[in-house]
Design a protein around this ligand. Structure first.
Ligand code: SER
Length: 337
């Protein structure tokens, strides 16, 4: 019999780090990873099979399909928003084509072993497209079905993949006589995520983690958005916990294909102030990149995550101050000590 397993794509990225630790501690499934980049040695020893390869490689997926009985997928691999604007076609291939391959994989796994495959998908705040700063200021906490006219390739990719997931979960091959297998698709729209252990690359919310990590390393930082730029953020451990909580939620409780998540929504100036509190010698300046600022201006100032709280008990541990004072600053200080 094949071993029950959880598949993590993009496993060597920022979310993968915390997720592998937690899943290894739970220990109830073999952990199988797929990423173009190798895992850190400390993580590699926690996984059952590390596959170095692309989500676009269907043969690699077929091989995993033959060998493991996957009943959970965390599909984390993606090109983030800034990088996607530089190569929109590649972004579409990876973000949409890759997700389609993984949904097909999940569908096939499920029809082989006869159980649903729970498919966790990190969508993003980038699915939103506020038409102007005035609307952003007056919109308040945006709900899942409001202002979803993204201006970025990444945001459009994420929004469409939420729809693809809903299709696979509810309507797959609706006209064929027999269709077996079931993809249990569950998505969250992450705000900017801030980790004390890793620094993101290619995102547009990167100014927050970059500012904190630069200060901890004693390096100067020129922030690429205005001091008043504001979007929601969350501490990475709360992001990982949210994915794991959603994975365990009873299907019947879930009313949306994709849920907003938020924790705190500071301006860049508020982040700067908190960084200076911990690192009084931090050299922080502002050198606004009007184009990247333009993207942040289209993302909501905050999101309404009451559906996630109600349906599956989303409850982040960290607000703004505690994210900094209890998680980010102490962990980062240790990291660069
Ligand atoms: N952090 C992501 C980005 O900036 C948003 O999902 O692209």
């Amino acid at each position: 019999m094949r071993k029950p397993a959880v598949l993590i794509t993009g496993a060597s990225g920022e979310i993968g780090h915390g997720l592998i630790d937690q899943l290894a501690a739970d220990g109830d499934r073999a952990i199988v990873t797929l990423d173009v980049a190798p895992l850190d040695a400390s993580l590699a020893k926690k996984v059952h099979r590390e596959t170095i390869g692309s989500i676009l490689d269907r043969v690699a997926l077929e091989r995993l399909l033959a060998e493991f009985e996957v009943d959970q997928v965390f599909h984390l691999a993606a090109l983030l928003s800034t990088r996607s604007e530089y190569s929109p076609l590649t972004a579409h291939e990876v973000n949409v084509g890759g997700t389609l391959n993984l949904l097909e994989f999940a569908q096939q796994q499920s029809s082989t072993h006869g159980r649903p495959v729970i498919f966790l998908y990190p969508s993003s705040i980038a699915v939103y497209g506020m038409p102007s700063l005035e609307v952003k200021a007056s919109a308040g906490r945006v709900k899942e079905n409001q202002w979803t006219e993204s201006t970025t390739m990444y945001g459009c990719n994420k929004l469409y993949c939420e729809q693809l997931g809903r299709y696979y979960a509810r309507h797959y091959k609706q006209l064929s006589a027999e269709h077996s297998g079931q993809v249990d698709f569950r998505a969250v729209r992450f705000p900017g995520l801030i980790s004390a252990l890793t620094v993101p690359s290619g995102g547009t919310s990167d100014y927050a983690p970059e500012m904190i990590h630069a200060a901890a390393k004693g390096e100067p930082y020129a922030c690429f958005v205005r001091p008043d730029a504001r979007i929601p953020f969350m501490a990475m451990p709360d992001g990982v916990a949210a994915l794991l909580t959603l994975a365990k939620a009873p299907r019947a409780a879930l009313t949306l294909p994709s849920y907003n998540l938020g924790a705190f929504a500071p301006t860049a100036a508020a982040i700067e102030q908190e960084v200076r509190r911990a690192f009084p010698k931090a050299e922080i300046s502002y050198k606004v990149d009007t184009k990247r600022q333009g993207i942040v201006d289209t993302w909501p100032g905050d999101v309404d995550d009451s559906a996630a709280r109600r349906d599956w008990g989303f409850n982040p541990k960290h607000g703004f101050e505690s994210a900094f004072r209890e998680y980010l600053i102490p962990t980062i200080k240790k990291r660069y000590a």
